[in-house]
Design a protein around this ligand. Structure first.
Ligand code: ADP
Ligand code: MG
Length: 698
């Protein structure tokens, strides 16, 4: 404790408390120390009381906190309690400092930073005063532990010898300590900047309150930490904070300022008759075609309505979509464009750039002091309430695969490892891109089999688009013209910017640029989306409900035949409701109309035609997506297994493969198919090979 001499300042705080915090201090006295240890002081209250004093708290926070706490200890309490170790925690500063804008001038000052908790260690005891017992004379020497390193006594206070000493735990004082890393919120970043972060140490009663993924404002003192080792110190310093207060913020788009003028522009835009075309034109204009995919991306931006049911359960409104296709078809380009227009988004690769990967992880690294377990949030948590654009989804780590199902459907991620039990929120939409299993689609194989993701995961996607790159004279010409034109526009633009004596007039530049410019400015679209998600919660009209119901029932009718495949499952119904709601939101409508429902069913049908169809029969088959095996394949596998079972007893060493294949051909299964089915049966363990090229059923 610093010596407190300035009675003027203690008196000032005392007067402040009497005027503003009498009740709060009374409450603290009743609850101290078991239920409450701190007096939370709103900085703005102090400013109203005495602006100079409040400013001093910002410029000399540690000194001023001592006076404030001394005044609290001396406060005339109604009941007989001593507030010996009570903290005064200032919060609610008038502005927060951008993490990337922290400079040495902030050193030693009270600042506030806002962001998302990227990592948080477990709460662990930290020694504040260590009691050393001399092994020779038994005297206790108490050493306050103030700086980062553990301080031992130079000599015993009793016998003045250099020990040896033993740490006496019972006589030492400890405090709960935790370290967190706060990273800039995704919405504060423009054009894919790498988010910056700051580490914050917190102690005592404010530990254990936040977890990775929380949006927080932390008030604290900025500190410097010299880099390098003890022997080889560097002139460079790292910054960190000693946190005084951590406030969990509402996760809505905090940084998005929508003025009355913006609102007028948004409402006007929403009334334009060609709003849907305009929206599609606002996404990745440099990428030619993909109208359906772009429409779906827009719908995903707006998303359906999250429904809370009377029984307490909840239906997600977020839409998940997957683009799967040949390389070089613009998938990555479209995905990364999302960052320009989504109010909150995280763009990452499935391979993951952090140890937390896509979901979350408990990791043991040197983030905390001495290899503590740390909970780290991955992309889907950081994108909470926004869009997670994940390129190369098929390359994700095995750990992520299992956590992903829960993340997509329940929209939370549970981590349970090494004493860390946490549930992180991941209420985001996933926009994934992936390549087919063998890099490029094989026309002759069912698409369902060429997706290198497990069926349970695939079925969580509301929409799956397949992108095949096949030569087509007319399309190729259009694409070529578009790409060349886009590049030309870029050339003119750059030429005029870089050369003082450019022959091109601004008008010429504008003319070509117009063709490839987004139809709605990204900045306006971001605000539009944020506004719609905040204010617009459409409900279905009878007509809209009917459209979706009819579509579903019609499709299911195809499957009532005993032999037929199940064409579609109920999962698609919810997907269509979400899509229809998103469509209504796009024009800020409070009701979901027939047109919205038709937009939803038509895009669903389009996707199903690409992927939900059994290539052998041409009929819709939900199993192609939901289990990865079409009905005709299943039948065939059953058949092959039947053949093996039929003949295996005729041979001592099991059914010879060539005989099985011969029989299969007789019932219309050609050799390559038969071979691949045998392979599958073996993988599933339904058939084994007692001897080379001989088969037996299990
Ligand atoms: P993918 O991720 O599908 O492998 P990319 O997004 O990396 O492909 O695209 C490769 C390149 O081809 C990019 O420069 C992109 O602009 C261009 N490209 C591909 N398809 C189109 C298209 N339809 N319109 C315009 N450019 C395209
Ligand atoms: Mg790519």
């Amino acid at each position: 404790m610093a010596s407190v001499e300035n009675t003027e300042l203690t008196d000032a705080f005392d007067e402040f408390y009497r005027n503003y915090y009498r009740n709060e201090i009374g409450e603290l006295a009743q609850k101290y120390p078991s239920d409450q240890k701190s007096l939370w002081v709103d900085w703005q209250d102090l400013y109203r009381f005495d602006p100079d004093l409040a400013d001093d708290v910002r410029t000399k926070p540690e000194q001023m906190q001592d006076y404030a706490e001394e005044a609290l200890r001396l406060f005339d309490l109604p009941i007989d309690v001593k507030l010996g170790q009570a903290h005064v925690r200032f919060h609610n500063l008038p502005e927060s400092t951008d993490i990337r804008a922290i400079r040495h001038e902030h050193h030693g000052r009270l600042i506030a930073v806002t962001g998302i908790v990227r990592k948080a260690t477990n709460v662990r005891p930290k020694v504040t005063t260590a009691a050393f017992e001399c092994q020779r004379c038994g005297t206790l020497t108490r050493i306050p532990q103030v700086s980062g390193d553990f301080q031992e006594p130079h000599e015993c206070q009793g016998c003045e010898r250099q020990g040896p000493f033993r740490l006496n735990m019972d006589q030492s004082e400890f405090v709960d300590a935790q370290k967190i890393r706060v990273q800039e919120s995704p919405e504060g970043l423009r054009g894919g900047e790498t988010p910056q972060s700051i580490d914050i140490n917190i102690e005592d009663d404010i530990t254990g309150e936040v977890t990775a993924g929380d949006h927080v404002t932390v008030t604290g003192v900025l500190k410097l930490d010299q880099q390098g080792s003890e022997q080889d110190q560097s002139p460079m310093f790292d910054v960190y904070m000693d946190g005084v207060d951590v406030t969990i913020e509402d996760e809505q788009f905090e940084d998005m300022d929508i003025t009355d003028e913006d609102k007028k522009e948004i409402v006007e835009l929403s009334n334009e008759p060609d709003i849907y075309d305009k929206m599609v034109g606002a996404i990745a204009p440099s990428i030619y075609g993909y109208e359906k995919e772009k429409l779906a991306m827009i719908m995903q931006l707006f998303s359906g309505v999250t429904k809370d049911l009377p029984d307490g359960s909840r239906i997600r409104g977020d839409l998940h979509m997957l683009l799967i296709g040949d390389p070089g078809t613009g998938k990555s380009q479209m995905l990364s464009y999302i960052q320009n227009i989504a109010p909150r988004s995280v763009y990452t690769s499935g391979k993951g750039s952090s140890s937390a990967g896509l979901t979350a992880a408990a990791v043991r690294d040197d983030f905390g002091d001495g290899q503590q377990w740390t909970l780290e949030a991955g992309a889907l948590v950081l994108a909470d309430q926004g869009i997670a654009a994940v390129d190369e989804l098929d390359k994700m780590a095995a750990d992520d695969r299992s956590a992903m199902h829960e993340a997509l459907e329940q929209q939370k991620i549970s981590v349970s490892k090494a004493g860390i039990n946490a549930t992180l929120k991941s209420r985001c939409s996933l926009l994934g891109a992936a390549n087919p299993k063998y890099g490029r689609f094989d026309q002759f194989e069912p698409i369902g089999e060429q997706i290198d993701l497990e069926p349970a995961l695939i079925s969580r996607f509301d929409l799956i688009f397949t992108v095949t790159d096949q030569p087509d004279e007319e399309e190729d010409a259009n694409l070529a013209e578009h790409i060349i034109q886009t590049n030309y526009a870029g050339e003119l633009h750059t030429h005029r910017q870089e050369t003082a004596t450019s022959d091109y007039t601004q008008e010429e530049v504008d003319n070509v640029t117009d063709e490839v410019a987004p139809t709605i400015k990204p900045e306006l679209l971001r605000k539009y989306v944020a506004y719609a998600k905040r204010n617009c919660f459409p409900t279905m009209t009878e007509e809209a409900k009917q459209v979706i119901e009819d579509f579903y029932v019609d499709l299911r009718l195809q499957g009532t035949d005993e032999d037929a495949a199940v064409p579609v499952t109920a999962r698609k119904l919810e997907a269509m409701v979400r899509l229809a709601e998103a469509s209504a939101r796009m024009r800020l409508s409070d009701t979901v109309e027939e047109d919205d429902a038709e937009r939803a069913t038509s895009i669903t049908r389009y996707c199903m035609e690409q992927i939900g169809v059994d290539p052998e029969t041409g009929e819709f088959d939900a199993d192609v997506v939901e289990t990865g095996t079409s009905k005709s394949q299943r039948d065939r596998i059953q058949n092959i297994r039947g053949i093996i079972a039929d003949i295996e007893d005729e041979y001592d060493e099991g059914a010879p493969i060539d005989v099985v294949i011969e029989r299969a051909e007789e019932v219309g299964i050609d050799e390559p198919k038969a071979e691949s089915e045998i392979e599958k049966l073996k993988q599933k363990g339904e058939v084994y090979e007692p001897r080379t090229d001989h088969l037996r059923t299990t």
